[in-house]
Design a binder for this molecule. Structure first.
Ligand SMILES: [Ca+2]
Ligand SMILES: [Ca+2]
Length: 641
């Protein structure tokens, strides 16, 4: 009897499948136990990426699944997992399907329940959206430490790690509203894009402020705001011509992630008998002599005890991350991705992931954190590089850590000499022949993981200016870490990340200084919380950096021009950016003595250049062999050809 009833139910469902007149009132809503979650949260008509729903619910694998509500959307295949509490449902969406609310109907033994699911229309031009390019300057923010726009969310009921602004590794209360409130500051600085460290939920019991241990890939952390507020942030940034780059972490999830209680598959993440951390030997990815074991530990070992290493070789995991990435781009209107710990991901599935995102959005840009000082290794990871093993990462952009290292080391050296001072930078650029695409190098003088630029340069404002001037004129596209434009320093060098990720003065109600305003910067003086400038210096540095990056916005010769540089081992560095119409000359004197600029030595490109304008002062500037560059200074002169 039971069997017959089931058969009748299946026939009945089959009969109404695709029926436009499906009446949702005739089927009960699923309880939270019956369907705990469905991801992605919604989807769209006209996507290239096939839709595979992750459905979680108590013994959900025992149910038949159908989709009701319209002719164009149907179940193609239902895939079971190792756990009975998951299903992976392949959904077919016809090109002419009507956008609207559909219902996933689960049936067993004649009983059914339904779960609503939105299939939306795409916005015009979504697939062709532009992304960040060499024309951009990216401002890097750690939201917990930037500005507290909403003190009511500093601690929330659904998260464990509570507000503790007095602790360097605690939560300080910064949030999305704080960024929205200060978009004008970011624009004024000359930035055209924002990269925030992760905003998704990180519900680890401790050290959650950095957000790199995600516990829910579809939810903005309640201490930062809501999904809707994130979307509002993207929209408001776009109104000010600021692009939004989302920081994402497919390599690992937080150990407090919801799926750790019951993973869909036994191999959902990398399981070891005893804790096994990654050996961080990125070289094993391209080293022809590497053992498979070392490679396995590199890509499968955990980043940290609190960060579970995901198994991207499981096709359901990989699919999950592909759809998740595409969902956030489409839903929130993103302009780019920054991918954390890139080489820790298994490289072939990760290349497949990049290709899937690019297939959906051909102009989209993704920058990978490939933290290596090895230039050949870095080049290997950039998409379309001609690697001997045939590997293609499909990753457009990489971070130029070799330049970061050389710039900071070189600027910090008072004396030149063989291999020291500015020749370090010359040497890095002399390796540009190994890169497939120099326009997709992210250049940066520091980020949230490396020592504060102000500390590295021993609080020397002249050298901070040199670093910023080089960021504004070198190949690739620059990224500046919030606060470096006003020479923030660590509030406690002995506390590593906790010390350098200082709160931005003015972001909290009651702050004594407000460095977001011109008046506040003019009056700012040294404090104990990460600012170390005499009165007036914060304003001077901000104005300098702002002027250069506002100038850079329209300079095609910087965005797309070639570079010619000249060797000098006296702690100076002369280089030119040029195209058919324009030339920009940059001369760095990082030494402690005045230097005559060897203009005639540059005759190969300098000959005939007239009518130069000093980019910083706006005054006419004719450079000659008699021109003297002051100690620890930088000169930028632009010419029309
Ligand atoms: Ca807050
Ligand atoms: Ca991994």
């Amino acid at each position: 009897m039971k069997k017959i009833l089931t058969a009748i139910a299946v026939i009945a469902l089959a009969a109404c499948s695709g029926n436009q007149t499906f009446d949702p009132a005739t089927v009960a809503d699923a309880t939270p136990e019956q369907v705990t979650r469905v991801e992605p949260l919604s989807w769209w008509v006209g996507m290239k990426m096939p839709l595979q729903l992750l459905v979680q619910g108590e013994n959900i694998s025992e149910y038949n699944v159908a989709i009701e509500g319209g002719a164009g959307v149907s179940v193609e295949k239902v895939n079971k997992a190792d756990s009975p509490n998951f299903l992976f449902v392949d959904v077919k969406i016809a090109a002419n399907a009507q956008p609207g609310t559909y219902y996933i109907v689960f049936s067993k033994d004649g009983a059914s329940f339904k779960y609503p699911y939105e299939i939306e229309a795409r916005e015009d031009g979504s697939a062709e959206r532009e992304s960040f390019t060499t024309a951009d300057m990216i401002y890097l923010i750690m939201p917990d430490r930037f500005a507290n726009g909403d003190p009511t969310n500093d601690s929330t009921d659904d998260t464990a790690d509570k507000y503790a602004r007095n602790e360097l590794f605690g939560r300080h209360g910064g949030d999305i509203q704080g960024i929205i409130n200060n978009l004008d500051y970011i624009s004024e600085l000359g930035a055209t894009a924002i990269w925030c460290t992760p905003l998704l939920e990180d519900n680890q019991p401790q050290h959650s402020y950095h957000g790199y241990a995600c516990t829910n890939y579809y939810k903005i952390d309640s201490r930062f705001g809501t999904n809707d507020l994130f979307k509002e942030y993207v929209d408001k940034a776009h109104e000010k011509d600021l692009k939004i780059i989302m920081d994402i972490v497919p390599n690992h999830a937080g150990s407090a992630h919801w799926w750790m209680e019951d993973t869909p598959f036994k191999d959902w993440y990398h399981v070891f008998d005893t804790y096994t951390g990654s050996n961080i030997a990125f070289s094993t990815n391209m080293d022809p002599n590497a053992s498979k074991k070392d490679l396995y530990i590199q890509e499968s070992g955990w980043f940290d005890r609190s960060m579970v290493d995901m198994n991207l070789d499981n096709p359901y995991v990989l699919n999950y991350f592909k759809q998740w990435a595409i969902w956030w781009i489409e839903w929130a209107g993103l302009d780019g991705f920054r991918v954390d710990t890139y080489p820790y991901n298994e490289k072939d599935p990760m290349a497949d992931w990049c290709a899937a995102v690019m297939n959906e959005y051909p102009n989209f840009n993704i920058v990978g954190e490939v933290w290596t000082s090895s230039i050949p290794q870095l080049a290997y990871w950039q998409g379309d590089n001609e690697n001997k093993d045939g590997f293609n990462s499909h990753l457009k952009s990489v971070m130029d850590f070799p330049l970061h290292d050389a710039l900071r080391a070189g600027l910090n050296e008072d004396n030149g000499g063989w291999g020291m001072g500015m020749v370090r930078v010359y040497d890095i650029l002399s390796h540009d022949f190994v890169y497939h695409d120099l326009s997709n190098m992210m250049i940066f003088p520091g980020n949230h993981d490396t020592d504060r630029l102000g500390d590295v340069l021993r609080k020397n404002p002249d050298r901070v200016k040199i670093a910023m001037a080089m960021m504004a004129t070198m190949r690739g596209y620059p990224q500046i870490f919030a606060g470096d434009e006003q020479m923030f320093v660590s509030c406690d060098l002995g506390m590593g990340h906790g010390g350098l990720r200082v709160d931005f003065p003015g972001g909290w109600e009651g702050d004594e200084m407000n460095l977001f305003t011109a008046e506040g910067r003019a009056n700012a003086t040294k404090n104990t919380d990460g600012l170390s400038v005499p009165k007036g210096q914060a304003a001077d540095l901000f104005d300098y950096v702002s002027h250069l990056f506002q100038w850079r916005k329209t300079k095609d010769v910087i965005h797309n021009g070639k570079t010619m540089h000249f060797l000098s081992r006296d702690n100076t560095y002369g280089y030119f950016r040029y195209d058919d119409d324009d030339v920009v000359f940059v001369y760095v004197n990082n030494s402690n003595e005045p230097k005559n600029i060897p203009w005639s030595y540059y005759s190969e490109i300098s000959e005939g250049l007239k009518g130069g304008v000093d980019v910083v002062t706006g005054e006419p500037c004719e450079v000659s062999d008699d021109t003297v560059a002051a100690p620890q200074s930088v000169l930028i002169v632009e010419y029309k050809r």
